[in-house]
Design a protein around this ligand. Structure first.
Ligand code: SF4
Ligand code: SF4
Ligand code: SF4
Length: 184
């Protein structure tokens, strides 16, 4: 998993200039972020019955339905953390409600939807602000994200679940911290 995460972080660094040129948040240029517990992407797309159960039970309405013209993607759930992240609710309702097994129930700390990546060039800390919003709001705390000795935000690949709460609260536009979906 860590090699995949490192590869994604590297990819994000290469995508950011393109996203910035296009005037878009990097999040909008990335593949869909699936809800927690999602099977690997191909299996997830095949298994999902488009029941919408996960959408209706999420207490923060984080889960949206894809209206893609691609029949393999249409009707499948995804999350756009910049607008509403998964808050890793106590009940983990989406996984418990999935009737098809496309979302499997996994313990909170083992959720691995994606991994957050920080662009220091966009981060307010680089401009001299003492912003710590991403660190303060992370549901996993220092298990997932810390302020490094360098003064920069550091995401721990072993602890980050990819919930996207950090991205939701980051005050910059485009966001200085973005979740990169993890897929296999
Ligand atoms: S874990 Fe809870 S908050 Fe997160 S997407 Fe599922 S239902 Fe919503
Ligand atoms: S660092 Fe961000 S994506 Fe990772 S667990 Fe914390 S809030 Fe969620
Ligand atoms: S919330 Fe955004 S701007 Fe603030 S420290 Fe985190 S990455 Fe930087």
């Amino acid at each position: 998993m860590f090699e995949t995460a490192d590869a994604l972080l590297d990819l994000s660094q290469r995508l950011r200039p393109l996203a910035a040129q296009a005037g878009r948040d990097l999040g909008s240029a990335l593949p869909r972020l699936r809800p927690p517990g999602a099977l690997p992407e191909k299996e997830f797309l095949e298994r999902c019955q488009c029941s919408g159960k996960c959408v209706s039970v999420c207490p923060v309405s984080a889960i949206r339905i894809d209206n893609s013209r691609d029949p393999m993607k249409s009707g499948r759930p995804y999350i756009r953390p910049m607008e509403q992240a998964c808050v890793l609710c106590d009940d983990l309702s989406c996984m418990k409600s999935c009737p098809s097994g496309a979302l499997e129930l996994v313990p909170r700390e083992q959720i691995s939807m994606g991994i957050a990546g920080v662009d220091a060039l966009l981060c307010r800390r680089t401009m001299g602000d003492d912003c710590r919003l991403c660190i303060e709001k992370c549901p996993l705390g220092e298990r997932a994200i810390i302020l490094a000795a360098s003064g920069q935000v550091e995401v721990k690949t072993s602890g980050c679940t990819g919930c996207g709460v950090c991205e939701m609260y980051c005050p910059t536009a485009p966001r200085a911290i973005v979740v990169l979906p993890l897929r296999s």
